[in-house]
Design a protein. Sequence first.
Length: 433
Amino acid sequence: MKLTVVGTGYVGLVTGTCFAETGNYVTCVDIDANKVAKLSGGEITIFEPGLEVLFARNLKEGRLTFTTDLAAGLADAEVVFLALPTPPGEDGSADLSYILGVSDQIGKLLKDYKVIIDKSTVPVGTAGKVHAAIAKNYSGDFDVVSNPEFLREGVAVDDFMKPDRVVIGTTSERAQKLMKDLYAPFVRQGNPIIFMDEKSAELTKYAANSFLATKISFMNEIARLCEKLGADVDMVRKGIGTDERIGKRFLFPGIGYGGSCFPKDVKALIKSSTEVAYDFKILNAVEEVNELQKLHLVSQIKAYYNDSLKGKHFALWGLAFKPNTDDIREAPALYIIDALLAAGATVTAFDPEAMKNVKRLLGDSIAFAEDPYSALQNADALIIATEWNEFRTPVFEQIASLLKTKTIFDGRNLFEVEQVRGLGFHYQSIGRP
Ligand code: UDX
């Protein structure tokens, strides 16, 4: 099939590359000429494990091309994916100006039947708005489909290639048939394509992310309770996660959820609920708990130093909002840095991928280290904010010899409490005795 993907951000690039990998011809369109030039020249613009190989192969074989020209991109495509940003506005609602702007242009360019697919996370009712924006300028036949993505950064290629499910929101049989053919290679293992109406598909995406955020906030509260009661959240997590109704995944307490999706989507669903006069009580609490959790580790640190962080120096391992990405959007580490600096402390950070992004954001308000160990020099304590694999089995003797005092504050529960304390460290983590 011939496809167009509008928007070469994270979702667009993964979507375009993965569809090219299954033999489709994909034209990716973006208004950013600089980005298009880089991508056309073989330079990948995002960090995503596994993507680069697929990107290079499909570019070389001519199945993946890039352009700034929407008209050329649309010319002979049957299917047009919209993978455009929906940034949160001041009030938390998703800003649809990119999506509706492109829809308007598409309406002016359409000459024959095409399926226009919303891949972005958009509020319920957006497919209808996209339809109306196109229909303003085009009176022929076309369909608008809601097809939310459920990609996790860091494992997006795998999530795309082997999805748990594909959700397709359209009641048009013609569009359903096209979508079924397009996704057939990805659901061969037996996972379902679930067809539904546009609004239910749009809400499915928000409900999935909000439910996962709820699991995390719930566990963060259980962890807080464990700290007060002297229980161990690792045990409680295992104890409940083995119940299949609950499931083992997404039960890890920490320093709050971050990233480009959960914070934005929880806010947007609260906003959408308010707009229809529904008070989504649980979600308000999920958000409030998350805000508190982002600073919980700093509260632990302040309490340890009797509220006096002035002149203290901290080594910080991890800046990305989670491992295997350079993404620092809503990264809890940034909130921790802010709070430490505000309290008069200094920070030297190390992250395998995200340092350049943080440098761009924070300039030289913190220092950066070449490797995890050199971050430790002259630090009063080590703080862990992202669970990169390379932090999981450090040489503790080296940590001990570099730190001023053997002190670790672990926001991701990476180590066994007994083992680290046995080595003489003061070791504080989340929800463990
Ligand atoms: C998420 C959804 O998982 C994905 O389906 C959707 O398409 C986009 O949003 P992503 O933001 O890439 O993906 O990251 P994810 O792995 O879901 O983690 C989100 C946040 O939750 C991270 O900050 C992570 O550290 C935190 N988290 C996750 C926890 O604190 N505890 C957990 O048990 C799991």
